[in-house]
Design a protein around this ligand. Structure first.
Ligand code: UD1
Ligand code: CA
Length: 487
């Protein structure tokens, strides 16, 4: 919108969060609260955005700049009230160029606010020619909010803060959302006229309403449909509630796009996640960060994917994964742990109790059971036997293992990296592979198995183990040892 300046107030400390992290930096659905607000503000395409930051500006400032590089940061040294904060913002904006037209003021802790609602409000204000417009809401419990005092014909007379309100004013259920729009010239003239003669000893931005009335200018209220959009989080309980509402909004939006979500209440989808049609999400699933899930894939139950890509028709079951890629039609889980750099090939498999890290598996390659695959490249069509450890760490450095295509390795192998197993090679059960295995070769454990006949019968007399051995000998007629005669 042309001729629009947006001021976001974020200087308040947020003491009720009881956190070393500033309030507006706390995340909701994977994005900071201020990040959500800035996104809504950007959707209105204002000429400039000014963010008021306070004494923790070294935490908040860089975060804001990383999200909106051309946002102006205005520093409010002491939190003397919303009116003072807007004065600081206007001074900073004026230093960068003349401020005319509309000034929209919003808080930094209302993550559910939609860009569309802000745009409607700003457009309504600009068209109305009013000095002040207030985005208002009707709430069941107005406690703590500024109340909208209207006269008999409905025009707004004042906003009265909780602590300054009379008993009758406290009954009013129409509240100030904290989002206001001003004519820039009026705002400039009104701010120096604010007083801090009130219960909080603060300069209230909301007192501009009375000033406008005294100046004979018009003030209007614009009732928002969904008042939850303007809800802020002051403590962790409210943060969780806003998170739940944001999640419900995201999950519902994906269902409308053709995603099946069996249990929306236990499905958590962050804001940047992308899902394709006919994806199915089963209960207790978290899709986080920049995760992308392609068509027909089935995720869950009990799965967390962060920054992962899951291919068309893949199946990911009871899995914890981060920065991993799962190929088309591949299967992962149950109980798999995919760490960063894992790539499962098309139609490949990572099965139960398998941990993988920095491991690239070719198309159709399988690691079905009970294995650790660290720092490895596995060729297409290869099968890794159950209980295999890719021993990548020598205690000082990490090393890489290469297994070629269509190899078959036996159960309970250990690959001591760096080592290469060639295409089409094989290994026997229990092999500790310390040297390269050429293509097509078979590697088996070096030492021949020693068998010490009747060791148990002699050394474990009187045990159930010895009894069992004894009975086995009688069945086969090969009694070679002398048990304790327990027959
Ligand atoms: C404010 C409004 C109230 C409204 C409510 C909606 C005033 C006087 N009151 O009350 O009418 O119903 O919001 O939530 O405006 N801030 C600064 N600097 C300051 C003080 C506040 O940047 O000196 C920022 C805060 O970080 C916050 C916003 O301004 O983002 C609102 O401040 P807060 O103290 O929460 O105001 P409320 O008492 O909730
Ligand atoms: Ca507040």
């Amino acid at each position: 919108m042309e001729n629009l300046t947006v001021i976001v107030l974020a200087a308040g400390g947020g003491t009720r969060m009881k956190s070393k992290t500033m309030k507006v930096l706390h995340p909701v659905a994977g994005r900071s609260m201020i990040g959500h607000v800035l996104r809504a503000v950007q959707a209105v395409e204002p000429e400039r955005i000014v963010v008021v930051v306070g004494n923790q500006r070294e935490q908040v400032g860089p975060h804001i700049t990383s999200l909106v590089p051309d946002a102006l940061l205005a520093v409010q040294e002491t939190q003397d009230g919303t009116g003072d904060a807007v004065r600081v913002a206007l001074d900073a904006a004026a230093a960068a160029g003349p401020v005319t037209g509309t000034v929209l003021v919003s808080a930094g802790d209302t993550p559910l606010l939609r860009g569309e609602s802000l745009r409607e409000f700003a457009a309504d204000h600009a068209a109305s020619g009013r000095a002040v417009s207030i985005l208002t809401g009707r709430v069941r419990n107005p406690f703590g909010y500024g109340r909208i005092v209207r006269d008999a014909d409905g025009s707004v007379l004042a906003i009265v803060e909780e602590k300054d309100a009379s008993a009758a004013e406290r009954e009013i259920d129409e509240i100030n959302s904290g989002i206001l729009a001003f004519d820039a010239d009026f705002l400039r003239s009104a701010l120096p006229r604010l007083s801090n003669d009130n219960a909080n000893g603060e300069y209230y931005l909301t007192d501009t309403v009375k000033i406008a009335r005294e100046d004979g200018l018009t003030v209007g209220g614009h009732l928002i449909d969904d008042v939850t959009e303007t809800e802020g989080a002051n403590d962790r309980a409210q943060l969780a509630e806003l998170g739940r509402q944001m999640n419900a909004r995201i999950v519902t939006a994906w269902m409308k796009e053709g995603v099946t979500v069996m249990d929306p209440a236990t499905t958590w989808i962050e804001d940047d996640v992308v899902l394709e049609r006919d994806v199915t999400i089963l209960p207790n699933t978290q899709l986080l960060g920049a995760t992308v899930v392609r068509e027909d894939a089935v995720i869950g139950p009990d799965t967390s994917l962060k920054d992962c890509e899951v291919g068309v028709g893949a199946r990911v079951l009871r899995t914890h994964a981060e920065l991993a890629v799962v190929g088309e039609s591949a299967t992962v889980g149950p109980f798999s742990y995919l760490r960063p750099g894992t790539q499962v090939g098309r139609s490949g498999k990572v099965g139960a109790f398998v941990e993988a890290k920095n491991a690239v598996l070719g198309d159709g390659a399988k690691v079905p059971h009970l294995s650790y695959v660290g720092d490895a490249t596995i060729g297409e069509g290869t099968n890794i036997g159950a209980g295999t450890i890719f021993a990548n760490y020598d205690g000082v450095n990490k090393h890489h293992t290469v297994v070629g295509a269509h190899a078959r390795t036996g159960s309970n192998n250990t690959f001591i990296a760096p080592v290469t197993i060639g295409d089409g090679a094989a290994t026997g059960g229990g092999t500790v592979v310390r040297e390269d295995v050429p293509p097509g070769a078979l590697a088996v454990p070096g030492a021949k198995q020693r068998v010490i006949e009747d060791w148990v019968l002699e050394r474990r007399r009187g045990t159930k183990q010895a009894d069992a051995a004894s009975r086995a000998h009688q069945v086969t007629g090969e009694v070679t040892g002398d048990s304790d005669g327990s027959e």
